[in-house]
Design a protein around this ligand. Sequence first.
Ligand code: SF4
Length: 127
Amino acid sequence: MSSSQNLVKELTCVRCPLGCKVRIEYTEELEVIDVAGNKCPRGREYAIQEISDPHRILVTSVKVKNGKYPLASIKTTEAIPLRLFDEAMRIIEKLEIEAPVKMGDIIIENFLDTGANLIVTRSIERL
Ligand code: SF4
């Protein structure tokens, strides 16, 4: 296949604070042609994951029962696959946690079998 038919993505690696600019060239079938700009192998892994199964930290809020505020902000402790976000939101929309909650409290361990926990990022006192 000629390089004109290949796809190219320019990414910023988020695996460490250095934030290398990584360029990945690949085919529509996700065959990797070239990865450049990464200072270590983790950048290559990150770029390949970004074209095949991108991950993000999910940040949202959950309903709180008997709390000073009706919602608490929550997030996953690690990036989870973007393809699971719809399913994750359907689960979170049905959840209601009981106040008080403290920042860092785990709502769901190993959320959707991703290895990440769903945690509270804002403390809410009880009414
Ligand atoms: S490629 Fe390696 S050195 Fe560069 S940001 Fe990613 S993890 Fe850090």
